[in-house]
Design a protein around this ligand. Structure first.
Ligand SMILES: [Zn+2]
Length: 399
């Protein structure tokens, strides 16, 4: 038996008036999921428990069988694993987003946080800006590490664990109330804004009608993380297919091999088919378990764009799920396929919510038929409920 998880980040949502009371998942064109739903188990799972922040970090740990209340130390330490950043016991690692600040305000604290991703700046442009940051600020206490797109890291040696706000929770708000308490971090934010705002890369972005990447925003801080190997926990040898440093980090931490896919960038135009084929190939070459993570629905949720969120879900349906199904079916492989989001990112509120998410579990060796069943938030509520991601994973991997 082969086991495959296809995870649409932030895919779950709420009913929208402009979609005639449907959610993006229910309204999107998804012929493959529609067909699979009639032959699958549908239900809901509470991926993130109360008392733990809702994000892809905690939710994906949960789905992979690592209760976040026990294993989670922060988002940045997980990403640091993915970037191969060496951490000492007393280090603090922080996410450093390249963000867009609206700057006409008189004081820095009155700047408005416009965009947590600077229009999803490319890694190439971001790398130029991060080199400037590194040259300007790095010393024996701090180092910067360039990641993917707008997502970078700050390593603070012997630092103190700060309380920080997630940038995607405060879009459109003045930053004053959310600036860190630590003078070092405040100073880095202010000085980097002055330097980045006038950098030629940003002047050129502005000329092209794009948001400037004119600010650093620190969040997701944490201490080094310890995770037992996935194979020890489950007996399965697995691979990870994702474009994000976070998922690569979790994979590195639990011993899943990350399979690189060219053109996979976590965006709406990522190489969906390439990611599907990479998972199929890994399974056919001996892996028992593959986890395919698609970032696009989450980004569209944060942008509040229901149409493009539906487009992302449609691409996952036709380019990822249809591809893995066709290939595994043609190879005569017995497989179980679990489709789910990690958490909801409703376009209404443009941030993550803690509601249970809908899952679809298909088993190629079963012949169950549910003629009217569909995979969406409303119908899933009538199905089985799992109180934790670990419980769903155990159910998925049984037999
Ligand atoms: Zn998100």
């Amino acid at each position: 038996m082969k086991y495959l998880i296809v995870l649409g980040d932030g895919m779950a949502d709420e009913p929208l008036e402009r979609l005639r009371g449907k959610t993006p998942l229910a309204a999107a064109h998804t012929p493959m999921l529609d067909a699979l739903a009639r032959k699958s188990e549908i239900g809901t799972v509470q991926t993130v428990p109360n008392g733990v922040p809702v994000g892809s970090d905690t939710a994906n740990l949960s789905i992979l069988g690592y209760p976040p209340e026990r294993y989670y130390t922060g988002r940045a330490p997980l990403e640091a694993l993915g970037l191969g950043v060496h951490m000492n016991k007393n280090d603090i690692v922080l996410r450093a987003n390249l963000v867009t600040l609206r700057t006409e305000a008189a004081a820095f604290s009155q700047c408005v946080l416009l965009d947590h991703s600077a229009n999803e700046i490319s890694t190439d442009e971001a790398a130029i800006l991060m080199d400037v940051i590194r040259g300007e600020f790095e010393n024996s206490d701090i180092s910067f590490h360039t990641g993917t797109g707008y997502r970078h890291l700050l390593c603070w040696h012997n630092g103190v664990l700060p309380v920080l706000a997630q940038p995607h929770d405060h879009l459109g708000e003045p930053i004053g109330a959310y600036l860190p308490q630590q003078p070092l971090l405040r100073e880095l934010m202010y000085k980097s804004h002055v330097i980045l705002d006038r950098h030629p890369v940003n002047q050129a972005r502005q000329a092209r009608g794009l948001h400037k990447a004119n600010g650093l925003w620190f969040w997701g801080a944490g201490t080094p993380v310890q995770l037992p190997p996935f194979r020890e926990q489950t007996g399965k040898r697995g691979v990870m297919v994702s474009a994000t440093d976070l998922l690569h980090g979790i994979a590195a931490g639990i011993g899943l091999e990350s399979v690189p896919v060219s053109g996979a960038d976590g965006s709406l135009h990522t190489n969906f088919t390439g990611k599907a084929m990479a998972a199929v190939q890994a399974l056919q070459e001996g892996a028992d378990f593959a986890f395919v993570h698609l970032e696009a629905p989450d980004e569209m949720g944060h942008q509040g764009d229901a149409q493009r969120k539906m487009q992302a879900i449609s691409s996952i349906d036709q380019q990822v799920i249809a591809t893995v199904f066709r290939e595994l079916d043609a190879a005569g492989e017995a497989f179980r396929l679990l489709v789910l989001p990690d958490h909801a990112t409703p376009v209404r509120c443009r941030t993550h919510t803690r509601t249970p998410v809908p899952y679809l579990l298909y088993d190629s060796t079963r012949t169950e038929q549910h003629a009217r069943q569909q995979y969406n938030e409303a119908q899933a509520q009538y199905g089985r409920y799992f109180p934790t991601g670990s419980a769903l994973l155990a159910h998925f991997l049984q037999k």
